[in-house]
Ligand binder design. Structure first.
Ligand SMILES: [Zn+2]
Length: 142
């Protein structure tokens, strides 16, 4: 019985372990496998980055306690995180440098990956102030 090419179904002639009719079909197959795996990585990266943006958004606004519903409404996906740590008997999940930990049945406490959390939060909160200062300066010059 002749084997069929995995790509184009043409008969495969030659060695018994050959899977493709030609070098073209072989490279087409491997390109397809590669692109499926690239797509998976791309999709996962997009979810993790969106999670990070959501956590950063709340923390930038000075909000560090949010409901599960608020996170979901902002596109948050609880299945994806970059690391997990135990801090004071609580499991803290991270999306890059931003973390979240369940504080009761419905709410999460958000944090920045830092030994000095207050200091980090202050830095995050300073950014919009710097932005507003610059806006004022620009309007003053106009
Ligand atoms: Zn083929």
């Amino acid at each position: 019985m002749t084997k069929k090419c995995k790509v184009c179904s043409a008969p495969v002639i030659g060695r018994t372990d050959k899977k493709f009719c030609s070098i073209y079909c072989k490279s087409a197959y491997h390109n397809r496998v590669q692109s499926i795996s690239n797509n998976f990585v791309r999709r996962t990266d997009a979810i993790l980055k969106r999670n990070r943006r959501t956590l950063k958004k709340f923390l930038t606004l000075g909000i560090d306690r949010v409901s599960r519903q608020d996170l979901i409404a902002n596109g948050f996906c609880f299945k994806h995180f970059t690391s997990k740590e135990k801090q004071m008997e609580k499991k803290v999940f991270f999306c890059y440098e931003f973390g979240y930990a369940s504080c009761d049945a419905e709410n999460y406490l958000l944090s920045h990956h830092s030994a000095n959390r207050k200091d980090q939060l202050r830095k995050i909160e300073e950014k919009p102030l710097i932005y507003l200062e610059n806006m004022k300066k620009r309007q003053g010059n106009a």
